[in-house]
Design a protein around this ligand. Structure first.
Ligand SMILES: [Zn+2]
Ligand SMILES: [Zn+2]
Length: 411
């Protein structure tokens, strides 16, 4: 029995670590949907169990626990029905069994948790305020919405037709997607906590917030305030990005983001944890200090998140003459290029004209619209989430080019 369980676990791990196109008509697509739903159910059940730590106050204002309960029940029923159908009709039985197992674990946790707390099944626990939270609800909504939106765009207008959804190293980028979201949520929470703490106790620390600039910004119509905030943050982001590329210490961190050799929507999530926290603080500091309204900042965070994902998509999008104004997948793909003309170019995240202004845009070549290859010149960044987290601290700074010549970064 133990051998059978061991062998099934090994095969399950091998399946999770595999990549490649899903074969249509064999139950692979529905099996994967069941498995993803089972994982969502597991996260959803934990959210109900620990709503104070795992749900976001802002999301709770818009989505009630009743609505979440209906969504969770629908996901459970759909997941169970697909998995049982596949098992009965001998379609991807192993994958479907894993989905059913995760679903059973989710059901067990919710039942035991509710019984121990003396609550009815799938009712939420107490929610005290002012404690740090991880925002798993936001992660689930965002993962579902971005997966649906961007895989559809990639199917409608693909740049590389042959790239499957589950391409090589998708697991690494998936780990970055999940941890990055939780890290940004936690950083924002801490930034708010520090700022509100500061303004409550020593208003002199935020002098800009008191002067006429703040008044001028606050009387701007929503759209203009949002555009201004995008411009200011993109300027901050442009120079921070150049710092990552042009200093040895910055590159140690940022090389991780450039290590992806396949560009698609989820590859943009690949960012070292320290860079994620640093960028979130540096980019949002002007927004807070200049006194932009909370609504403008929230809408900006949403736009910035969507555009960051869009810029990395495997989609053939250039936007005609607008490409000189707005950053497109074509523009940002050049930033990730390992071709000589693309190295240390195209830094902006929202407005492409910043790179034309500062002389860092890629020179147009009618015969070469897209780069040939992506990644880090020298291929010295290891693959895998944990290996990449320790890379900045352990790297010797040396790398060898394709001619065998050794190079050393100045660090
Ligand atoms: Zn970069
Ligand atoms: Zn990027």
């Amino acid at each position: 029995m133990k051998n059978i369980i061991d062998s099934e676990v090994q095969k399950g791990i091998a399946l999770a670590m595999s990549h490649g196109p899903l074969r249509a008509g064999k139950g692979m697509v529905s099996g994967m949907i069941a498995l993803f739903l089972a994982n969502f159910c597991l996260l959803g059940v934990l959210m109900f169990q620990f709503p104070n730590y795992l749900t976001t106050p802002k999301v709770r204002e818009f989505v009630s626990f009743d609505a979440m309960r209906v969504a969770l029940l629908a996901a459970m029923v759909t997941c169970g029905a697909i998995a049982i159908f596949n098992i009965v009709f001998n379609r991807v039985r192993r994958l479907s069994s894993w989905a059913l197992l995760w679903l059973s674990v989710a059901l067990l946790i919710s039942w035991v948790g509710a019984s121990l707390a003396g609550r009815s099944w799938l009712s939420a626990g107490e929610i005290p305020t002012h404690i740090p939270y991880l925002g798993v609800d936001w992660l689930i909504f965002d993962l579902l919405a971005t997966t649906l939106l961007f895989t559809t765009i990639e199917k409608i207008k693909p740049l590389k037709l042959e790239m499957p959804v589950f391409r090589k190293y998708w697991q690494t980028d998936f780990a970055y997607f999940a941890t990055g979201h939780l890290l940004v949520g936690l950083t924002l929470f801490l930034v708010y906590a520090v700022l509100y703490g500061i303004t409550n106790t020593a208003t002199s620390i935020a002098p800009i917030a008191q002067d006429s600039v703040r008044g001028w910004i606050q009387q701007l119509p929503f759209g203009w305030a949002l555009l201004l905030l995008m411009l200011i943050t993109d300027l901050a982001r442009y120079w921070l990005h150049r710092f990552y590329h042009e200093t040895a210490i910055g590159w140690r961190l940022h090389a991780i983001h450039h290590s992806a050799e396949d560009m698609d929507w989820i590859s943009g999530s690949r960012t070292h944890g320290i860079e994620t926290v640093l960028s979130t603080v540096v980019i949002l500091a002007p927004a807070f200090l200049l006194g932009f309204s909370q609504n403008v900042i929230n809408f900006y965070i949403l736009i910035a998140g969507v555009q960051a994902v869009f810029n990395h998509t495997n989609a053939s999008v250039r936007l005609g003459p607008l490409r000189y104004l707005i950053v497109t997948p074509n523009f940002h793909h050049w930033h990730h290029s390992r071709d000589a003309e693309g190295l240390d170019r195209c830094y902006a995240a929202h407005f492409a004209f910043l790179d034309y202004l500062f002389g860092t845009a890629v020179k147009a070549d009618k015969n070469k619209i897209w780069p040939n290859a992506y990644g880090v010149l020298g291929d010295y960044v290891p693959q895998g989430f944990w290996a990449q987290q320790v890379f900045p601290f352990l790297w010797s700074g040396r790398w060898t080019d394709e001619h065998g010549r050794e190079h050393r970064e100045n660090c």
